[in-house]
Design a protein around this ligand. Structure first.
Ligand code: PGA
Length: 241
């Protein structure tokens, strides 16, 4: 695991967008694993600018998002499909048919199986972007003794995640209690992983992921077992290292 510390979240976004640019220039039909949440927004803004200025071409890029709430339709403003359209896909020259977000509607167990099969058919993820939860989750893989599940699966959200994500809903009762998430195995199968963390609120999860033992009680700690992972942190997120 390599750890890079930048002055602020803008510098983190700049570094992350440069990594995207280099992966895409080497492989114009790369498969990108994408994330939602507040942390990647500045990176997505930079990717939009790089696309508008002609430095990145998304026309052949394929994307697979990490997760989605169970029960939210793509049109729901708090759904992750909606987020991705708003924050990135609507502003770049990507073919929307090549963008994938797990579906939290209908037979979600079947959706989960189909999602893993689709990623495999696409040749696997070349670059996976991750955030980290305050509790150390990656994707929606929440801390619990059975967190190291290989496949895409249905997760029951912890209270800390419901509280953290309630800002996207009118009240915390509206936050779905379950989500469909790429499993730890799916994340670890990616050829390269970058994890972004900004702000003091992430500092203890970052410290435990970087310095602690590998444990399903801190799912991000598994990343130490991957041979091509970079943590891009701002000074606040790195303050306990
Ligand atoms: P955030 O979420 O970027 O909104 O803090 C990250 C995560 O929960 O993985």
């Amino acid at each position: 695991m390599q750890v890079y510390v930048y002055r602020n979240e803008e510098q983190v976004a700049k570094a992350a967008s440069m990594i995207f640019a280099s992966v895409i220039s080497e492989k114009p039909d790369a498969v990108l694993g994408l994330a939602t949440g507040s942390t990647p927004i500045p990176t997505y803004k930079r990717l939009i600018s790089l696309n508008k200025d002609g430095y990145i071409d998304f026309s052949r890029i394929r994307t697979y998002n990490l997760d989605e709430y169970v029960g939210l339709s793509p049109e729901h403003p708090a759904s992750y499909r909606y987020f991705m359209n708003e924050q990135l896909f609507d502003h770049i020259n990507i073919d929307k048919n090549n963008t994938h977000v797990p579906s939290g509607l209908g037979d979600v167990e079947k959706n989960a199986e189909d999602y893993d099969a689709a990623i495999e058919r696409a040749g696997g993820i070349d670059l996976q972007l991750l955030g980290i939860g305050h509790n150390g989750h990656i994707g929606f893989n929440e801390p619990n003794p059975r967190a190291f599940i290989y496949k895409t699966n249905i997760i029951t959200l912890t209270q800390s995640t419901i509280d953290a994500n309630s800002r996207m809903f009118s009240c915390s009762d509206e936050v779905p209690r379950q989500a469909i998430s790429l499993g730890i195995g799916g994340i670890m199968s990616s050829k390269r992983i970058i994890l972004l963390a900004t702000g003091r609120g992430k500092s203890s999860a970052v410290r435990d992921a970087v310095k602690g033992d590998i444990t399903p009680l801190l799912p991000a700690s598994i990343l130490k077992a991957h041979n091509n992972v970079q943590f891009l942190l701002d000074e606040d997120a790195a303050c306990l290292l």
